[in-house]
Design a protein. Structure first.
Length: 183
């Protein structure tokens, strides 16, 4: 009789282990599915960009995803000369027009030194209460990868005969983007 009891106990333990394992597997898969669905729902429709406001206090700027017009790029050599004056003029004119009509647009400005470069991406964003200008900055030194991007909100933009002047853009203050030689 003891062999019958032993078989019964073994059978019961085996079945219990299988049932518990399946239950645990279902619980883990359900938790993973819920986490993925929750994360996906939080990302639909908006993006969140860390930025620094004009007072240099960290903040988060949330915005609806929109089409952004890419106006081009402006690049200067170590002596301040533009690498492509026609492309610079086109990019600056495109960005200025977008700013005047508060349309989403961006352009990049790369200011090169001997073994360094500063890469700025200026972006016009339409907000409920008007237009804002973001300045995203990365520094590159030699063959090293670019620094982590820092984003600032500029307080204004002025068109000048020789370029654009962005006002109070975070740590760097005013930033001038030329359309002529700036030696």
């Amino acid at each position: 009789m003891s062999s019958v009891v032993q078989r019964y106990v073994r059978s019961w333990l085996s079945t219990s282990c299988i049932v518990l394992s399946m239950g645990l597997l279902i619980a883990v898969l359900s938790a993973g599915l819920i986490a993925c669905t929750s994360q996906q729902n939080n990302q639909l429709g908006t993006t969140s960009t860390p930025s620094t406001n004009p007072g240099n206090q960290p903040s988060t700027t949330s915005r609806l995803s929109t089409q952004v017009q890419h106006c081009g790029k402006v690049q200067t050599a170590p002596n301040g000369a533009l690498l492509d004056a026609a492309a610079a003029k086109q990019a600056i004119n495109c960005f200025w027009q977008a700013y005047q009509h508060c349309r989403a647009a961006s352009f990049s400005f790369t200011s090169s030194g001997t073994d360094t470069a500063t890469i700025r991406t200026f972006t016009v964003e339409k907000k409920r209460d008007g237009c804002s200008i973001l300045d995203t900055v990365q520094d590159v030194m030699g063959p090293n990868p670019a620094s982590a991007a820092k984003t600032y909100i500029c307080t204004g933009l002025a068109q000048q005969s020789d370029g654009l002047r962005f006002a109070s853009c975070g740590e760097d203050g005013d930033v001038f983007v030329p359309i002529g030689v700036t030696q």
